[in-house]
Design a binder for this molecule. Structure first.
Ligand code: CA
Length: 357
């Protein structure tokens, strides 16, 4: 202890001597303890374990200079208070998805997913190389929060239903857990969207409090046992074609890190962003096989006319959001320009290849 104290004091002393106005950054001997709050149940497959992986990566790559402890939803703060907890500094870092904050920052939804919008590959390309990231940073700036892409679910499933969906009329009166812009679309189709954290889905569906729920895809849905609470499993996940998950970093905490630690934190997010996507791809196909062949789940495609109606309503919802909110308009124009370009390229690359292979 004495030796450590001595080293600490020596470190602080040398900064003070070097520059009067030196910021309160950590030196090589300082150990910081960061709390990470998450919107996911603790250790939940991929979502929770991905957050754990981010925490471990930061802790290990900094050799314990920034030690991150993860809290599942409800452990330190409820799932939907993660953003506020990071904003006010209760936690230094968080892990969640931007559409959960739509009540506070409507335009944040563009940084998670847009119905019938870009897939995971395209979202990541827009954020890192197409101008998305600076817009995201600007969006969270007033809240003292620095965002980072830190995971992607890849294309989701439309969800679990206890009512058959044979026509647009079947959406009428449908009470469904569906977050973000997709929820607005369902509302316009006559349904009632509800937003519930993942941990409440099984019981809500099983008791009939809701008629349907979406969650993520086969691997995560199987983990919650949703096949034991619903009759039909519909695809595709029109509402979440590639949802970006996010790390939220308290800006003051981040500014207090030395340059090398900042680079580590940013790159740990980038690593997890890629790794969670690939884990979803790897696990979803095995889980789909289990759902169909072991649990005999009735897997169905949403009818074409239902998808066409949902797509038309999605365009309405998104353009109205852009029209009434200047910040949303700025983000959407960047998103939409990139989407159109990448779609033209993917028409003759990914899409044609999927069709011919
Ligand atoms: Ca979902």
């Amino acid at each position: 202890m004495k030796r450590r104290d001595f080293i600490k004091k020596a470190g602080i002393g040398s900064i003070a001597a070097g520059s009067i106005s030196a910021p309160a950054i950590v030196n090589a001997n300082t150990k910081l303890k960061w709390k990470m709050v998450t919107t996911w149940p603790k250790n939940f497959p991929v979502l929770g374990t991905g957050a754990n992986q981010l925490a471990t990566a930061i802790t290990d790559m900094t050799d314990g200079r920034v030690k991150v402890k993860v809290y599942g939803a409800g452990e330190l703060v409820p799932a939907f208070e993660v953003f506020d907890a990071v904003s006010r500094g209760t936690a230094q870092i968080g892990h969640g998805a931007a559409y959960y904050w739509k009540g506070k920052i409507e335009e944040a939804q563009f940084f998670s997913t847009v119905p019938f919008g870009m897939n995971s590959q395209e979202m990541t390309a827009w954020l890192y190389h197409g101008g998305g990231m600076p817009l995201w940073e600007e969006t969270y700036e007033p809240f003292g929060v620095l965002p980072a892409a830190a995971g992607n679910t890849t294309v989701q499933m439309a969800g679990w239903f206890n009512k058959e969906i044979n026509s647009v009329k079947d959406l009428n009166g449908l009470k469904m857990r569906i977050p973000g812009l997709g929820g607005e679309v369902l509302k316009r189709a006559g349904g009632t969207p509800v937003n519930l954290p993942g941990g409440e889905l099984f019981t809500s569906l099983k008791t009939g409090a809701i008629d349907a729920t979406e969650w993520v895809g086969p691997y995560n849905d199987l983990a919650f046992g949703l096949h034991k609470a619903a009759k039909y499993y519909y695809y595709p996940g029109w509402h979440e074609p590639g949802t970006t998950l996010e790390a939220l970093i308290n800006k003051k905490a981040f500014a207090g890190l030395s340059k090398d630690l900042q680079v580590i934190v940013r790159n740990a997010c980038k690593m997890v962003n890629q790794d969670m996507s690939t884990e979803f791809t790897a696990k979803n196909n095995a889980a789909l096989d289990t759902l169909i062949n072991k649990h005999k789940v009735d897997v169905r495609q949403l009818p074409d006319d239902v998808l066409a109606k949902l797509q038309a309503l999605s365009e309405e919802v998104v353009s109205e959001l852009a029209d009434k909110n200047p910040a949303a308009k700025k983000i959407y124009s960047s998103y939409d320009k990139f989407r159109k370009q990448v779609m033209a390229w993917h028409e003759i690359s990914e899409k044609i290849y999927f069709n011919v292979r």
